[in-house]
Design a protein around this ligand. Structure first.
Ligand code: HDE
Length: 714
């Protein structure tokens, strides 16, 4: 593949003192580096024939197959049992290894957990990103929440933050989770739809469950169709606690903020990519890491001291509410970098197993009723998915030694010496460790009250923050959200469902409810369901999250050519963009050789195109540049596919660059009513409000390259 930046990616990863990488080495087999001569059976002997089942034949080539054939039986039976149950939610995912380090010890005022306070430590991590609704084989770019689960292999044991890319959740109490998941998953009578929430049952449930209103707004926003896992925020969602060495406790929310900013696809792209490349996000992660454009997130916390628990109009333990940043700012503590892809998908990404209950000393839980239930559910689900010894699997085992009196169970790998497997015992073997010596210390929380099934009074308010979120969106984000809800409700064919959801929307915003009701034949409200408080929080719009400096790092940039293009320009474009760590892809009339101006088509030395126009469409790229060349431009204009390529990129508001004759081609290709470019042909570099950068001058000078790079990177 041309355009791939080969740099010192793997060398950097190996140089890091990565305890988990070394730990995993114990289980890694490299078929290219073994003394074995070839295949053998699982119990050792070499296999002489893997293609013919042992048979009895009598002068013919066929006859009964023999059950005695261990080679055949092992092969078939192992295959029959290759699948394990997929995750009941978050079945589709991708993962990568990384490292985490705090900047300094500023968090020691909140916690004594070394992973959050010791800047000399580099803690290995593993992250699994996922969608929620679809099954393992569903498409990456569907509208859905994305999971963002991180395992920190700390020296004190594993710590899991099992988060999402949206800071709130659909329900307040874990006991509602099975109802919620049943409603969103494919309907039971026909197992439809896959990878979508656009169906009666989901909208029926959320319509009757107003606590979902805030989360529904997020899921219908651009957040639910991310451009990349690398351009998503991550949130712990639930309220956790930190404990310091003075015995004080603090409520916290965890945040991941991506270095590259927060970016989404547009819905039309998401739909098309789901068909064009269902593995788009998985491959994007791999492409970035392989090219050394390591994804990075800042790690931050919002902190509320115990004494201030009740100071807010919302309950800080309610997972359908966020903590607005103007009330509780984020304190950034450190950074995570993903720097290594997995060696094999199943043992790492499929078998990795997270538990919200897995925290290390200095970190604890709150009474958040969603978290309390999650703490039960994850451990239970791992036992059913992977068996009781799931924590012995290479990807799950901690880097610190693990010793205890747990024994037996399916697939036990550990062999613990000695006669003792209980405590107390006459030999003093395997004692618990006191809290003074590092044993986990639960916070001594005073609890008194009445045992009953209730929710706190502040849990009853559901619309303030849904409104805050909607108010905070940029106009284009609002338009996308209206389009998304209209799409989803249009896919509900039960009028009870699509008519009643408009009523919920009217409690959020009158105009929003009216527009959607008009689109989907909902109930058109006559007056607002409640007044709009008019508050705005700029941190809720994803437009707020742009890189501190424009960067084209890891962007996929297409160079569109036909035979007769300007070769030196293509080389210059590639070199300039590659220096910024973008990848460039030559898209031509055929994969393989394309011929620049001055070469005879089919005879010259040519240049290698990565794809033909149909091979990868504009949806797969972040930006497009078209070099000059009279013949090439003539050919592009005459080719419907090439014209569609350009129009589609323009329609998706991609940055488009054009040089020389390509400027006129671009203008003609996108000459739609209302589209006007300020530049005249032959003028110098011009950036238009459409994200179009043109230069009439031939050759790629800085005057053209720099504005293009800035437009792409912004
Ligand atoms: Fe999960 N969730 N969840 N969830 N969740 C699972 O655990 C559950 C919730 C999240 O990449 C399951 O290992 C309950 C919130 C992620 O392996 C299961 C409740 C958030 C992943 C489970 C919630 C999440 C899961 C299924 C409500 C965002 C994928 C397979 C009380 C903070 C982790 C598994 C991975 C997976 C239960 C709600 C995030 C069944 C009961 C809120 C990222 O245990």
């Amino acid at each position: 593949m041309t355009g791939v930046i080969k740099n010192a990616a793997s060398a950097v990863a190996t140089a890091m003192s990565d305890a988990k990488t070394k730990d995993m080495q114990r289980n890694i087999i490299d078929p290219g580096n073994t003394e074995r001569k070839g295949q053998n059976l699982d119990y050792g002997p070499y296999i002489s024939d893997t293609d013919n089942w042992l048979k009895i034949t009598n002068g013919t080539n066929s006859g009964p197959s023999l059950l005695e054939d261990q080679v055949a039986r092992e092969k078939i039976m192992r295959f029959d049992h290759e699948r394990i149950p997929e995750r009941v939610v978050h079945a589709r995912g991708a993962g990568a290894h990384g490292v985490f380090r705090v900047y300094d010890d500023r968090a020691s005022k909140y916690t004594y957990a070394p992973v959050l306070t010791d800047p000399s430590r580099e803690t290995p991590t593993f992250v699994r990103f996922s969608t929620v609704q679809g099954s393992r084989g569903s498409a990456d770019t569907v509208r859905d929440v994305r999971g963002f689960a991180t395992k920190f292999y700390t020296q004190e044991g594993n710590w899991d933050i099992v988060g999402n890319n949206i800071p709130v959740f659909f329900i307040q109490d874990a006991i509602k989770f099975p109802d919620f998941v049943h409603s969103v998953k494919p309907e039971p009578h026909n197992e439809v739809p896959q990878g979508q929430s656009a169906h009666n049952n989901f909208w029926d449930f959320v319509g009757l469950q107003p606590e979902s209103a805030h989360m529904v707004m997020w899921v219908m926003s651009d957040r639910a169709i991310p451009r990349s896992y690398r351009t998503m925020q991550g949130f712990g969602v639930n309220t956790y606690t930190l404990m310091n060495s003075k015995g004080e406790r603090f409520f916290v929310k965890f945040h991941w903020t991506p270095e590259l900013g927060v970016h989404s696809l547009v819905w039309d792209e998401a739909l098309k990519i789901a068909g064009q490349d269902p593995d788009f996000h998985r491959k994007d992660l791999e492409e970035a890491i392989t090219n050394g454009a390591y994804p990075k997130w800042k790690f931050g916390i919002q902190v509320i001291p115990e004494a201030n628990e009740h100071d807010f109009e919302f309950d800080i333990l309610d997972a359908t509410k966020l903590w607005p940043e103007d009330l509780v700012p984020i304190e950034y503590l450190g950074e995570m970098t993903l720097n290594r892809m997995v060696d094999e998908y199943f043992p790492e990404v499929e078998q990795v197993a997270f538990c919200t209950s897995h925290v290390v000393p200095g970190i604890g839980f709150s009474d958040d009723p969603l978290l309390q239930g999650r703490n039960f559910s994850y451990f239970d689900t791992q036992i059913s998915r992977l068996g009781v010894n799931w924590q012995e699997l290479p990807i799950n085992r901690p880097v610190c030694p693990v010793l205890n009196n747990h024994r037996d169970g399916q697939m036990r790998h550990k062999i613990t010496k000695g006669q003792i497997n209980y405590w107390p015992n006459r030999k003093g073997t395997l004692p618990p460790v006191s809290t003074e010596n590092g044993g986990y210390a639960e916070f001594q929380q005073k609890v008194e009250g009445i045992k009953h099934r209730v929710r706190g009074s502040k849990f009853q308010e559901h619309y303030n923050q849904a409104q805050l979120f909607y108010n905070s969106l940029a106009p284009h984000e609002k338009a996308h959200l209206i389009g998304a809800i209209s799409f989803e409700l249009s896919h509900c064919d039960d009028p009870v469902v699509y008519q009643s959801y408009t009523k919920i929307l009217n409690n959020i915003d009158f105009d929003l409810a009216k527009q959607i009701a008009l689109n989907v034949d909902g109930t058109i409200p006559e007056a607002p369901g409640r007044p709009n408080h008019g508050k705005v929080d700029k941190t809720l719009s994803q437009a707020h999250y742009i890189p501190s400096e424009p960067t084209i790092k890891s962007r996929r940039i297409a160079i569109l050519v036909a035979d007769g293009f300007n070769a030196s320009e293509v080389l210059a474009i590639r070199a300039t963009l590659k220096a910024g760590m973008a990848t460039t892809w030559l898209i031509g009339p055929r994969r393989g050789k394309v011929y620049p101006a001055g070469q005879v088509v089919g005879e010259g030395e040519g240049m290698v195109a990565d794809h033909h126009y149909e091979g990868q469409r504009s949806t797969m790229f972040d930006a497009l540049i078209i070099p000059s060349g009279a013949e090439h431009v003539q050919r592009l204009s005459a080719n419907g596919r090439a014209v569609h390529w350009v129009r589609e990129a323009f329609g998706h508001c991609k940055v488009i660059g054009a040089v020389g004759e390509a400027v006129t081609f671009l203008r003609e290709a996108v000459s739609l009513p209302g589209v006007q470019f300020q530049s005249a042909p032959g003028s110098d570099s011009v950036v238009t409000s459409y994200g179009v950068v043109t230069t009439g001058t031939y050759g790629v000078t800085n005057a053209a390259a720099e504005p293009f790079k800035i437009a792409v990177g912004d």
